[in-house]
Design a protein around this ligand. Structure first.
Ligand code: GDP
Length: 297
């Protein structure tokens, strides 16, 4: 995957050296871990996360007596794979489902992160499992957001609820829920506004929407290309809104995606989906184990 190409080739390099050896010494393990640490830091994984990660793998590597193993390289690769999987959440985290429909999903994030696009993609994904999502245009500030959501809705033939840009987003969300109930939509996806930076007015509005709609999911849309800022953004949103999950977008981009991998470790919120392109079908449920294997190449 483009966002992790650098990391993949660095790690393959480290493992390549180990694979060739029939036996490794404690020094070899230390050297390999030093290189893994550098590879992760270079990929922009949060430094505290890296420190923790390397300490755990090292402890296990020495504890499992890698040095006595006949395939020490494989043992270390396996340990890194497992720890990387853990770092990204361990197991696949499913979308919540309300006891009584509709299930309400609130999308949050900074402007440009991919909220509107991801709302459309998520609706598409739900349709594929025979659900009837309603998209809600509650971003009334970004001039093109409503139109953009309507175009996406048309493309996938999903209804879009909009009251234009003169009604408050809280009221839009309230009426949208009523409409979903009346029309039998079992999922409601609320596309909220973002700002270029986190600000109080934005958070206040999101909190109000939260209060009115009592969402089953609050998904933070995080642009994987934004580096360490992604982690700070996730922390701030989480403090204010109690996120239930994260969607990583733009994993197809060629910037280092390591920061995004730190989001779970820092906030404790699971990554539920990953987006890898601009097309409507480019959203996938996030599987930590598969992602770890892809990163390790
Ligand atoms: P919003 O302001 O958060 O609603 O962001 P948008 O949904 O308008 O997305 C901002 C830009 O990012 C658009 O040009 C999208 O096409 C693009 N985008 C969103 N997700 C992805 C993705 O996974 N990969 C790529 N390459 N572009 C994306």
């Amino acid at each position: 995957m483009a966002a992790f190409e650098g990391l993949t080739s660095r790690l393959q390099n480290v493992f390549g050296k180990l694979r060739g050896k029939g036996k490794v010494s404690e020094d070899d393990v230390n050297e390999a871990m030093r290189e893994v640490r550098l590879a992760l830091l270079e990929a922009d994984v949060n430094f505290k996360v890296v420190k923790d990660f390397v300490a755990k793998v090292k402890e296990r590597a020495l504890g499992q007596e890698v040095v006595k193993s006949f395939t020490p390289g494989m043992v270390i690769i396996d340990l890194v794979n497992k720890e990387l999987t853990e770092l990204m959440g361990g197991t696949t985290s499913k979308l919540a489902k309300a006891n009584k429909p509709p299930t309400v999903i609130m999308m949050a994030g900074l402007q440009g992160a991919g909220k509107t696009t991801t709302s459309g993609k998520l609706a598409r994904l739900l349709q594929k499992s025979n659900h009837k999502p309603l998209l809600v245009a509650a971003d009334i500030y970004r001039p093109a957001a409503i139109k953009q959501l309507q175009v996406l809705g048309e493309q996938i033939q999903a209804p879009v609820f909009s009251l234009g840009d003169q009604t408050s987003p809280v009221e839009i969300a309230r009426q949208a829920l009523a409409q979903a109930k009346a029309n039998g939509n079992d999922y409601v996806i609320i596309d909220t506004a973002g700002r270029l930076h986190i600000d109080e007015a934005l958070m206040e509005e999101l909190k109000q929407i939260h209060e009115v709609t009592k969402p089953d999911e609050v998904l933070l849309v995080v642009d994987a290309m934004t580096g360490q800022d992604a982690v700070n953004v996730a922390q701030s949103f989480d403090e204010q809104l109690e996120l239930t999950g994260v969607v990583l977008t733009k994993l197809d981009g060629d910037t280092r995606g390591g920061a995004a991998l730190s989001v779970k470790a820092v906030t404790g919120r699971p990554i539920k989906f990953a987006a890898m392109g601009e097309k409507i079908d480019s959203l996938e449920p996030f599987h930590p184990d598969r992602m770890a294997s892809r990163i390790l190449g």
